[in-house]
Design a protein around this ligand. Structure first.
Ligand code: GLA
Length: 383
């Protein structure tokens, strides 16, 4: 990303120059809504994200310039403030500061400007990129990098929980901080063990199609989580040792079905199905069986749409279009309620699919979807 504008604006605003840091957004091949259920996810960092320029200012003040905002683009808070800022985007940075301090890091004031090329509300985790880039930079500047990377991801997640109202899992911040070029990462969200998988599916491409329906995760996301927790509570009192849906199986869920609403039952069932799918995809990747990977992606989509109910007509339409074209795999990516579909497409079909999806979608919804080729890049870093 060209940083000239960022550098000029920073200098114009603060009269100095600072250091540059970057954290990416992410994709997730499979394992959706499994992270907060102790399951597996399969994310990778992308080559798009948030870049900041930052410099210590020797006071207790934090002065922030959000380059991509039209309104409320400049804001200040003090590290001693106890109330979070009234402007939403600043809560991410305020939260990261507070969470670092909770872990014993003494911060000083700083000036920062930031900008991004990861689309907002498109399911590519722009907010995790923002949290991660500040957590990474502040850890480098004020703690000599002593907070380990996994803890930085947890700081981002805690920021969402405690300052932004989203009870998210660890996947997005984890991928943003720990991503590696060319690799997807299988993360076990119960043990927090992870493994890098080189991902270079010969003859296929990963492409994101943005429905342009902006999503923002909040109550609806938290409600899904509560449904899962209700199922866990019931199974735990019936069978014991069920801390998350990871510890349950379909038989156990069916045994408590009559005590759950249909909605809660279907949501928990989706998570159990998805748990099996992720493991099937791991095997398929080892065997380079991308057709099977794609089949599982479709199953995930329809599970998310019909059982977990986090899709929308626009996303369903994009997936149906992919299916009609013979695309190998297609599904909602991320939390849902809008954003992108992730598509695994054979090279030979790519042009046909993109032109049909773009044309048919524009005709039906009156808006042209944006298409992004996925490049799997590195995680948080100083530039
Ligand atoms: C959002 C959350 C993640 C994860 C996904 C769904 O991106 O931030 O923790 O739950 O939704 O898989």
């Amino acid at each position: 990303m060209d940083t000239t504008i960022l550098r000029n604006r920073f200098r114009g605003q603060f009269g100095t120059s600072g250091d540059l840091y970057f954290s990416p957004g992410r994709i997730n091949l499979i394992g959706e809504h499994t992270d907060y259920n102790g399951g597996f996810v399969f994310p990778g960092a992308i080559d798009k994200g948030i870049t900041i320029e930052i410099y210590r200012n020797g006071s207790r003040k934090v002065c922030l310039l959000a380059l991509d905002r039209k309104d409320d683009s400049y804001l200040e808070f003090s590290l001693d403030d106890t109330e979070k800022p009234s402007v939403h985007w600043a809560c991410y940075i305020f939260g990261v500061c507070k969470e670092l301090e909770k872990r014993g890091i003494t911060l000083g004031g700083f000036n920062a400007a930031f900008t991004g090329d990861v689309p907002l509300g498109a399911g590519m985790s722009s907010s995790a990129a923002l949290e991660s880039v500040f957590a990474f930079a502040l850890n480098t500047m004020f703690a000599g990098g002593r907070v380990d990377k996994f803890e930085l991801a947890k700081i981002g997640q805690a920021t969402e929980h405690n300052y932004c109202g989203v009870k998210c899992g660890i996947m997005d911040q984890f991928a943003s901080v720990l991503g590696r070029e060319g690799c997807l990462i299988r993360l076990d969200c119960r043990s927090l063990e992870y493994e890098y998988f080189p991902f270079n599916p010969e003859g296929y491409r990963l492409v994101l199609v943005n429905s342009m329906v902006k999503h923002s995760l909040g109550n609806e996301y938290n409600e899904r989580r509560e449904s899962c927790e209700k199922a866990v509570e019931l199974m735990n009192s019936r069978f014991g040792s069920v801390e998350t849906l990871r510890d349950a199986n379909h038989q156990m869920l069916d045994d408590v079905k009559d005590k759950l609403t249909d909605q809660d039952y279907l949501r928990a069932k989706y998570v159990l199905d998805e748990k099996d799918r992720v493991l099937a995809v791991c095997d398929a990747l080892v065997n380079s069986d991308y057709e099977l990977v794609g089949k599982k992606m479709y199953e995930t989509h329809w599970g998310l749409s019909r059982d977990y109910t986090v899709s929308c007509p626009e996303l369903d339409f994009l997936v149906e279009t992919a299916q009609e074209c013979g695309v190998t795999g297609s599904r909602i990516m991320g939390g849902g309620f809008g954003g992108c579909t992730l598509n695994l497409v054979r090279d030979t079909l790519y042009d046909k699919f993109i032109s049909k999806a773009t044309r048919d979608y524009s005709r039906k919804f009156g808006i042209t979807p944006k298409v992004y080729s996925v490049v799997i890049g590195d995680g948080s870093r100083k530039l």
